[in-house]
Design a protein around this ligand. Structure first.
Ligand SMILES: NC(=O)c1ccc[n+]([C@@H]2O[C@H](COP(=O)([O-])OP(=O)(O)OC[C@H]3O[C@@H](n4cnc5c(N)ncnc54)[C@H](O)[C@@H]3O)[C@@H](O)[C@H]2O)c1
Ligand SMILES: O=C(O)[C@H]1O[C@H](OP(=O)(O)OP(=O)(O)OC[C@H]2O[C@@H](n3ccc(=O)[nH]c3=O)[C@H](O)[C@@H]2O)[C@H](O)[C@@H](O)[C@@H]1O
Length: 389
């Protein structure tokens, strides 16, 4: 079988691994499971409380990879089976977390518990059983850029030294404690420090991933269709929902914040390189993003509007966006990262990874998926609501 002939970046054959993947039923987990099943001989013990996004990989039992993926419905907060599953694997990947900004300031306790306390047993079991750990952190650990504290028209704001985010050099700059937006970033930072310390003091083999706005199909949910109607997902799903419903896209505080978006399928290639090249990935923290795909949120809204009109064949609204305040949209305690450009030196040097897909292309494939998956359901839900009003 071609998949069995895989070699690592140093030309050595890759042995089939058993991977305990926690949070495997989420957005990133579903793409990683898909990749592992389709292109590698590795086995996955998929742990999550939900499996809707990986159902197509689990059923029917005649699938070519049946037997290489097993789903375990486990809440890692309180399940004694977790240690056994970690022991069965060669490697643990921890993706489980609350990671939607609308929760950080409104459910800060759940956010901190999920991102710090609930990750503790995973770390403990990996360390005690000498199991390698790939832990998912976030680019939010960088917080705000140094440049954001300079006056708006200060020339140093244009100097990359004041905004490019480097794993081994940039500071973590968060707002005050009342700005509960930072509860997530702070919890992620502390778990990173603990993992790093386990590596330094106890020899834990670890890799920390800092994703920079990975987007694509299956991200989050469409409110009222496959998620709560009052729920607020991340920006891709918020804007997709608005476009599907023919509503204006809401720009928080003018949509001036900047982000770099990377296509999930490009980013998953980086994770696979980490999985299969432990000697190059262990002990490292990796930014994974696409510095070339930078836009303001306003530009993202404009581009998504244009792409959606193309893929759906429906004309866009005359006024495609409206401004909302962050207080109105997210509530008290919201704050924002101003700009996120990942430095790519370390991932380039260690794994030779580079993202490939432009923002336009990744939006075109993602919005084609959104339209195919949700347009009919949104139409039916809207018709039902009109009929019952
Ligand atoms: N998508 C991104 O661009 C991005 C960016 C930065 C960081 N991350 C990090 O990557 C990880 C995965 O993100 P995602 O986008 O796939 O999010 P997601 O919400 O789609 O996936 C997380 C999964 O973890 C599961 N989970 C949460 N708590 C659990 C528990 N107690 N027990 C069992 N399962 C639990 C959820 O059910 C969900 O399926 C998170 O740690 C997130 O902080 C993602
Ligand atoms: O994806 C990442 O790399 C990380 O960043 C995200 O944080 P953020 O980018 O702020 O979250 P989004 O919901 O994707 O919002 C992006 C920007 O769009 C804005 N936005 C969001 C939704 C909306 O309807 N309108 C709008 O203007 C937000 O205010 C923010 O400025 C989340 O914290 C995590 O998933 C993750 O750790």
């Amino acid at each position: 079988m071609a998949a069995m002939a895989r070699a690592d970046l140093d030309g050595k054959p890759i042995k089939p691994l058993t991977i305990c993947m926690i949070g495997a039923g989420g957005f990133i987990g579903s793409h990683l499971c898909e990749k592992l099943m389709a292109e590698t001989p590795h086995k996955v013990l998929a742990v999550d409380v939900y499996n809707d996004k990986i159902k197509h990989l689990l059923e029917p039992a005649t699938l070519p990879w049946a037997g290489r993926i097993q789903f375990h419905r486990i809440n890692i907060k309180n399940d004694s089976r977790l240690e056994g599953l970690i022991k069965m694997g060669d490697l643990t990947i921890n993706l489980a977390a609350i990671c939607t900004p609308a929760d950080y300031n409104t459910r800060p306790l759940d956010t901190i518990y999920s991102n710090f306390i609930d990750a503790l047993p995973v770390l403990k079991y990996c360390s005690e059983n000498n199991k390698r750990l790939i832990h998912f952190s976030t680019c939010e650990v960088y917080g705000k850029t140094i440049g954001s504290f300079l006056p708006k028209d200060h020339p140093l704001r244009q100097d990359p030294a004041f905004y490019v985010l480097k794993e081994d050099a940039s500071p973590c700059i968060f707002g005050s404690i009342e700005k509960q937006r930072w509860s997530y970033a702070c919890a992620k930072q502390l778990i990173e420090r603990l993992i790093y310390a386990e590596g330094a003091e106890n020899g834990l083999e670890f890799t920390i991933v800092r994703p920079f706005n990975w987007i694509g199909p299956r991200m989050d949910f469409i409110p009222g269709i496959d998620g709560p109607s009052e729920g607020v997902p991340r920006v891709l799903a918020c804007f997709s929902n608005n476009l599907l419903r023919g509503e204006p896209l809401k720009l928080v505080d003018g949509g001036q914040s900047q982000r770099t978006f990377v296509y999930i399928k490009d980013a998953i290639e980086a994770v696979l390189l980490m999985i299969e090249n432990p000697a190059r990935a262990n002990g490292h923290i990796f930014n994974v993003g696409n510095p070339k795909n930078e836009v303001t949120v306003r530009q993202l809204a404009e581009m998504m509007t244009e792409v959606y009109a193309k893929v759906s064949g429906e004309p866009s609204r005359e006024e495609p966006t409206i401004d909302v305040s962050s207080k109105e949209f997210y509530g008290e305690g919201y704050d924002d990262s101003d700009k996120r450009i990942p430095d790519m030196t370390i991932i380039n040097r260690q794994l030779g990874w580079n993202p490939k897909t432009s923002l336009w292309d990744l939006l075109e494939s993602t919005l084609t998926y959104q339209h195919r998956t949700y347009a009919e359901a949104v139409k039916q839900a809207t018709a039902k609501a009109v009929a019952s009003s």
